[in-house]
Write a protein that binds this ligand. Structure first.
Ligand SMILES: [Zn+2]
Length: 215
């Protein structure tokens, strides 16, 4: 089932609503820009500007992004970003299951690899500084670093530590970087507390039923 259609209704996040950065990995945070509890689907990548804001907040380079977006048809960036996100969501789920998935959307972006170096040298006492930059001529170029983060996750990370939130009604993924490797929730505030309260209530209910049965 496609998660885009899983929720009953897709709600666009208000531009002032901060996106979720709780996955402890940029590529998984990208998946989490679409939040799908059972009742509805919340979309953070609502338009080109929202994608630029998301990339910047996530720490991806956005230099030249606004111009690239302005020079191209509207919604090109957001359409490509969403397509990449869904391809990656399927790939992560497949990797998790020990299956394979179509990663051609990632490969298309990886082939645009556009990094170059710039040297800055102004102080005779110091070694020149080397800064990494990227060519951004089309909206797709902005997604290349995202695809690279995705490629790193799929190829180098320990997948037992990459998990979906244990709340069955929650679509969020995370990278468990805790020392004990026992992270269970996207966050305590969103799901952990709620699920613990639910588990407590169900235990209480069972005890009550057992007590009544033994009366
Ligand atoms: Zn959750």
């Amino acid at each position: 089932m496609n998660i885009e259609t899983a929720g009953a209704q897709t709600i666009n996040a208000n531009p002032t609503m901060p996106p979720l950065f709780l996955a402890d990995h940029q590529a998984l945070d990208f998946i989490n820009s679409l939040v799908s509890p059972k009742e509805y689907t919340l979309e953070f990548l609502t338009d080109d500007a929202a994608v630029l804001r998301w990339l910047e907040k996530a720490g991806f380079p956005t230099e030249g992004g606004a111009a690239a977006v302005a020079e191209n048809p509207p919604n090109e960036l957001v359409t490509q970003a969403r397509a990449l996100r869904e391809a990656f969501r399927i790939a992560v789920a497949a990797r998790k299951k020990g299956d394979i998935a179509d990663i051609s959307a990632l490969n298309t972006l990886l082939a645009r690899s556009n990094a170059y170096s710039v040297l800055y040298w102004s102080d005779p006492e110091r070694v020149p500084e080397r800064v990494s930059r990227r060519y951004v001529t089309a909206p797709a170029d902005l997604l290349v670093p995202v695809a690279e983060a995705m490629a790193n996750l799929l190829t180098t990370e320990t997948f037992t530590l990459i998990r979906k939130c244990e709340n069955p009604g929650c679509s969020l993924w995370f990278f468990d970087r805790t020392k004990s490797h026992k992270r269970r929730w996207c966050s305590m505030a969103l799901c952990g507390n709620r699920m613990k309260v639910a588990a407590f209530r169900s235990r209480q209910q069972k005890q009550l039923e057992q007590a009544e049965a033994s009366d």
